[in-house]
Write a protein that binds this ligand. Structure first.
Ligand code: SF4
Length: 178
């Protein structure tokens, strides 16, 4: 879904400019990335107001809505980047889920903005610590995660280091010789 969303051509139709794979960044958050799709609407009504230009970030997910807010935070981070780059207020965005074929409207309220800024701060703390957190498989989180092929938490499930492996070898050798 990401590839399809990214790779289609940019186009303009009925006052809406659709831009795919748009690079974005925020100096304030220390983040950079790429939006799946950003729609630039002329004179549309949002939940909050009518304006001459409305910017609508849209992110595509292959899974389904999750029990946590990571997808909303990711989309909000895109909006904060776009706001900083364009000097426009962006009150809302959209998430599309492939598995459920469901659209979710996401309002960038103060709570979500604060959570997004806090998440960016945690991210930088994590990078500064130079420690990679362990990949712990949890079906609830991992089965719908787009990073699972890169992360492979199942492969790490039984890996506890060389010392533990050596210990297991010793025990199984001892059992074999008893
Ligand atoms: S697959 Fe990896 S990155 Fe994704 S939720 Fe699981 S542990 Fe986290």
């Amino acid at each position: 879904m990401h590839e399809r969303a990214h790779d289609g051509p940019d186009k303009t139709k009925a006052g809406v400019r659709v831009v795919r794979g748009l690079d974005v960044k925020s100096e304030a958050l220390g983040l950079s990335g790429q939006c799946d799709v950003v729609e630039f609407h002329q004179q549309v009504e949002t939940h909050f107001a009518t304006s001459d230009l409305s910017v609508l970030p849209i992110d595509y997910k292959r899974g389904k809505p999750k029990a946590h807010r990571a997808d909303e935070v990711q989309l909000c981070a895109q909006a904060l980047c776009l706001e900083e780059m364009l000097g426009e207020s962006i009150p809302e965005g959209r998430l599309f889920y492939g598995q459920t074929r469901r659209r979710m409207d996401v309002i960038f309220d103060e709570e979500l903005r604060a959570l997004t800024a806090e998440s960016a701060r945690w991210l930088h703390e994590l990078i500064d610590s130079r420690e990679t957190p362990p990949a712990v498989y949890e079906a609830r989180n991992c089965d719908a995660c787009s990073l699972i092929e890169l992360c492979r938490p199942n492969a790490m499930r039984f890996q506890k280091g060389v010392a533990a492996w050596f210990e297991r070898q010793l025990i199984s050798n001892e059992k074999a010789t008893v």
